[in-house]
Design a protein around this ligand. Structure first.
Ligand SMILES: [Zn+2]
Length: 426
């Protein structure tokens, strides 16, 4: 996948306003979907993290494959997102009776596992409190103990590309307590604190006490922790429910083959790219950008469309549509018929490969499967005794016996039908 050759198709669109951009973005999204459908790919269009490129809205085209480098969540309702941005439904916890705040000695217990084992409480009852720096600004992020903080989500909330974790010294200076005992209760008001959406108001939590070897129990939002800022900060996981329809989401891996962005005015503003509107007023150009990884798409096709014997090319992007295999090239009739089929197909611009090597039949068939052209035609002495050649579909393995004089026309028909089916209007 990460081949040295990386060919990209890049596109940009320029608009006078957001409405125009919206139209172009939708058209591009449809066009990309048509391209990947035509390549025979199964894919999902996911809401993605805009990362370094920025902009408001962006979508990735992800080919589903176990070898994919991205984790994606999808739902039957059509919702799909990469793990950097997948949302999930937050399940309301049953109300718990408020209990008085309790200070507990937790000598040397710093991690969620250590504290939950020591105090005999489930990890979900703990709050993990992490200090980050977005540039100069320190931020305390608070998430449930059984969930992972998602740095891409945090970066978006903070509007900073790469917040960094604070050092032990910085934590001590900001919270008054050492690393491992940080909590949102009793910290200075000046420390910006963001609570994850899954942290609930009606539960008694365990948090660090901002003192060495101390944790607090029965911590309540509102009473013990001021609720100033809330955000979605954690990564979706197996079993989480779709934010739209509530169904359990599917978790799978994907290969990114395309990415489209609504850039808005982010770059045009920075570069001073403007235009004069009908009233003669200077306005900033609204932009979109659209990319397809071309070599990556080919690799993704192979990743998704293969079997133990080799590649199964879809007709749309197969190097050749038809692979002719004259079994014995030293047999005059075999050779003559193979060549006549080849010539007919070439005249009709059906892309055809002929294996005219003097090789064992087994080796030729193996190579044909490995290379994976969609249609194989076997021309053998045995069949020719009955005037027959064999058409074999690489994908299904189905074999049709066809009179040798009709073989070229039969191939053409199959190729044309298959291409028609893949075309957007088909
Ligand atoms: Zn859904």
């Amino acid at each position: 996948m990460r081949a040295r050759e990386f060919l990209m198709k890049d596109g940009y669109s320029f608009h006078t306003d957001e409405t125009q951009l919206e139209t172009a973005y939708e058209q591009m999204r449809d066009a990309y979907a048509a391209v990947f459908r035509r390549c025979g790919l199964e894919f999902v269009i996911v809401e993605a993290d805009s990362g370094a490129i920025g902009g408001d809205v962006n979508h990735e085209f992800m080919v589903t494959a176990d070898s994919g480098e991205s984790l994606i969540f999808s739902s039957q309702c059509g919702y799909a997102a990469s793990s950097e941005s997948a949302k999930f439904r937050i399940e309301a916890a049953p109300d718990e009776k408020e209990a008085p705040l309790v200070r507990r000695e937790t000598p040397g217990k710093k991690t969620v596992e250590e504290v939950s084992a020591f105090l005999g409480v489930e990890p979900a009852r703990l709050l993990k409190s992490l200090v980050f720096f977005a540039g100069e600004e320190p931020v305390l992020a608070v998430v449930p103990g059984d969930r992972e903080l998602n740095e891409a989500k945090l970066a978006r909330v903070l509007g900073h590309p790469a917040p960094r974790l604070a050092t032990a010294e910085e934590i001590e200076r900001l919270t008054g307590g050492p690393l491992g005992f940080t909590g949102p209760s009793g910290i200075p008001e000046s420390l910006r604190t963001i609570l994850d959406l899954a942290v609930q108001e009606n539960r008694n939590y365990v948090t660090g006490g901002n003192t060495r070897d101390v944790h607090l129990m029965n911590v309540r939002l509102g009473r013990d922790v001021p609720v100033r800022e809330r955000a979605d900060l954690t990564t979706a996981r197996e079993g989480d429910r779709c934010p739209r329809c509530g169904d359990v989401m599917r978790m799978g891996r994907g290969i990114e083959v395309g990415h489209i962005f609504k850039l808005g005015t982010k770059y045009s503003q920075a570069m001073g790219a403007s235009f004069l509107d009908a009233e003669g007023a200077e306005r900033t150009i609204v932009m979109g950008t659209y990319g397809i990884g071309i070599t990556r798409t080919v690799a993704a096709v192979i990743e998704q469309l293969h079997d133990p014997n080799g590649i199964i090319w879809p007709y749309s992007i197969a190097p050749y549509h038809v692979h002719l295999v004259p079994v014995n090239v030293n047999h005059a009739e075999t050779k003559q018929i193979a060549e006549s089929i080849y010539e007919r197909l070439s005249e009709w611009v059906v892309e055809t490969l002929i294996d005219d090597r003097d090789e064992r039949p087994g080796a030729k068939f193996k190579d044909a499967d490995l290379m994976g052209m969609p249609l194989r035609v076997t021309i053998g002495e045995k069949g020719l005794k009955d005037g027959i050649v064999e058409l074999r579909d690489r994908k299904t393995g189905q074999v049709a016996r066809v009179p040798s004089g009709e073989a070229a026309a039969a191939c053409r028909k199959r190729v044309e039908e298959a291409l028609r089916k893949l075309s957007p209007s088909g």
